[in-house]
Design a protein around this ligand. Structure first.
Ligand code: IMP
Ligand code: MG
Length: 336
């Protein structure tokens, strides 16, 4: 209810979302006047859209130099340069709001503002490319760890560093499928060098704690005398990467370095050298930007943690997701 809010010039007061590295995007200490506003903020967080809550009041009417009437939009979205007023209130108030909106547009013709009801949220965000707008997916997310903007910025930095370090050479980027898909696609476009790309697919033997891995898809390129840059989505225990590095070194490349988007250092069992790291992440299961949980969530444009109570059954409740049949017991192949 804008009419009860103090108008003031403290523009930055309710700025939400930190801009620094991983894990810093925590719940902002903002007091919302309505539950619907808190929900809207949650949805914006989900999509990695920066927001400010009531950052500015627009005087609409003056009485002898004093502001007699003002309008304070609920949100400002800097990325879209857009003020948003939620209109989930009673009809009487909505009518008054529309009167104020007309005044605001008259006095401040350059200010972009939208009135949104609940149903309009996702439509607006989808229009600006924040997808996929699925209510089920939103429910499953605990919190966004790394926003789309943070990912893009960091991947650009990594690409620039690789370009510098490999100057005069043409590295072979080796990606480990399938989680690396998004990272590889973005990283290689940030490297300004002639380069080659190859992929391997690896599977860990189920139930084998030794970390043994099986090669499902081998390299197509010959790596001998080449400068190899292994591109990994996430290094957890380090088992996979360790095996892969042994495998590559045996093929006598000129050099091998590792570029990992995420480093879950707290879980490391094998000490593997990481030459480039995007973000360090806490010891939690993360999804998005290529990373999956049971093949779901890879297409989220950001990295997020999942709600624990959703991890068991959540994915299978989504429309269009087919629960794979369990393999019959006792038939699992185990390596010696
Ligand atoms: P590691 O051998 O334990 O280092 O496991 C690395 C692989 O496990 C990664 O390439 C991922 O495929 C998978 N993985 C580990 N942690 C996560 C996670 O938090 N989310 C999704 N996949 C993960
Ligand atoms: Mg992987």
């Amino acid at each position: 209810m804008a009419e009860q809010r103090p108008s003031g010039g403290d523009e930055q007061k309710n700025e939400a979302r930190a801009e620094s590295g991983a894990g810093s995007v925590s719940a902002p200490a903002v007091r919302f006047a309505h539950e619907s506003e808190a929900e809207f903020a949650r949805i914006l967080d989900f999509y990695g859209v920066t927001w400010k809550y009531e950052p500015r009041s627009f005087p609409l009417r003056w009485e002898e130099e004093r502001v007699a009437e003002a309008f304070t939009p609920d949100f400002y979205l800097p990325d879209l340069d857009l003020y948003v007023e939620l209109t989930t209130l009673k009809q009487g108030l909505v009518t008054d709001k529309h009167r104020k909106l007309r005044l605001l547009k008259e006095i401040y013709p350059d200010v972009r503002i939208k009135f949104l009801n609940k149903r309009d949220y996702l439509r607006l965000l989808a229009k600006y490319g924040y997808g996929p707008p699925s209510a089920e997916a939103i429910q499953a997310i605990d919190r966004v760890l790394i926003t789309e903007a943070q990912l893009q910025r960091r991947v650009s930095e990594l690409g620039a560093q690789v370009t510098k370090d490999y100057k005069g050479r043409a590295p072979l980027l080796v990606g480990v499928l399938r989680g690396v898909a998004c990272f590889m696609a973005d990283l290689m476009r940030r490297v300004s060098l002639p380069l080659a790309v190859d992929f391997m697919a690896i599977s860990s033997y189920e139930g084998d704690k030794s970390g043994a891995v099986r090669i499902l898809k081998d390299l197509d390129e010959n790596v001998e005398e080449r400068d190899i840059l292994v591109v990994e989505d996430i290094v957890d225990t380090g088992m996979t990467l360790n095996t892969l590095l042994n495998y590559l070194h045996a093929r006598r490349p000129a050099s091998v370095r590792v570029c990992a988007l995420l480093d879950k250092r707290a879980r490391r069992l094998v000490d593997v050298p990481l030459d480039y790291v995007g973000f360090e992440v806490p010891d939690e299961f993360v999804v998005g930007y290529g990373l999956d949980y049971r093949q779901v969530y890879r297409n989220l444009p950001f990295i997020a943690t999942l709600r624990k109570d959703w991890m068991e059954d959540g994915p299978w409740q989504m429309p269009g997701i087919v629960r794979p049949k369990k393999a019959p017991r006792g038939k699992k192949k185990r390596p010696k």
